[in-house]
Write a protein that binds this ligand. Structure first.
Ligand code: SF4
Length: 267
């Protein structure tokens, strides 16, 4: 299988079955998303969503946050990972947002990375989600899933992974592809134990082919796993909100659960 065929298979699958894929962070405007993404570094979206309602109420814009101090902000985010650093970053970010960008979240990645607490990944998320730019934020899920499937080859760091991905994914699909890969990594292609038996991407996955080769055909009902359609499951049931993206991913490929008995290749 060529790399182009692999990309096409994976992207076609997601386009058909996960037409809506969005961040699971809760926000109502670019400023809130920026705050939430900064908080989400090495922390779960679920945990971030628990603290942001009160935080956004207390600091609804850059002016309010810039006028505060890290000790006060800390009290709102103490349950988040690295709260001390993040509180300092949030106040610093708001102050720079006011002094250099008129309180508006900038569009360019080069400008975004000037803000305290904003690295390339966070900047790419903002540029992609807020401004629909074809930027690919590579987090741990995107990095791992892309490598396993074979969308990237020998990428040594997130930047190399990002470059390979954007070179192959059509610009219009890059923002959604970021969420497809994150959600797939979060709910199916788990770090320690990829759930291959309920994954719909086996046909195009390098890791799967290497692990199981041709010994994947045993199906409890006696049928051979043969068609793509069989493997699709209910993932394409659709959804309307960012929360629906989570539902889609959780149900992703669950229709396969009863179909395959996987046996690892020996040797
Ligand atoms: S087949 Fe397995 S390794 Fe490949 S993407 Fe699916 S869960 Fe991940």
């Amino acid at each position: 299988m060529t790399k182009e065929e692999r990309y096409k298979g994976v992207l076609d699958y997601f386009q058909t079955h996960v037409p809506i894929a969005e961040t699971e962070l809760h926000y109502t405007n670019p400023f809130e998303l920026l705050v939430a993404v900064i908080l989400s570094a090495q922390c779960t979206d679920k945990r971030v969503n628990m603290v942001t309602p009160a935080l956004f109420e207390a600091f609804p814009n850059a002016e309010a946050l810039a006028a505060s101090n890290s000790e006060t902000v800390f009290s709102y985010i103490r349950s988040i990972s690295y709260p001390n650093n993040k509180a300092k970053h949030l106040v610093g970010m708001a102050q720079l947002l006011l002094s250099d960008f008129g309180g508006t979240v900038p569009e360019a990645v080069e400008d975004l990375v000037k803000l305290p607490g904003v690295g390339r990944k966070t900047a790419n998320v903002i540029a992609s989600v807020v401004y629909n730019q074809p930027t690919m934020a590579v987090d741990t899920h995107v990095f791992r899933v892309s490598a396993r499937i074979g969308l990237t080859t020998n990428a040594k760091n997130p930047l190399q992974s990002e470059k390979q991905l954007v070179a192959h994914i059509p610009e219009a699909l890059v923002p959604r592809a970021h969420h497809w890969l994150i959600l797939h990594g979060r709910y199916t292609c788990l770090a320690r134990s990829p759930q291959c038996e309920r994954c719909a991407l086996t046909e195009w996955c390098k890791y799967f082919q290497k692990q199981y080769g041709s010994q994947i055909k045993t199906i409890p009902n006696g049928k051979e796993k043969s068609s793509k359609k069989e493997r699709q499951g209910p993932e394409g049931q659709g959804g309307q909100s960012r929360k629906s993206g989570k539902r889609q991913s959780k149900s992703e490929g669950s229709g396969q659960k009863k179909r395959q008995t996987l046996t690892k290749k020996s040797g």
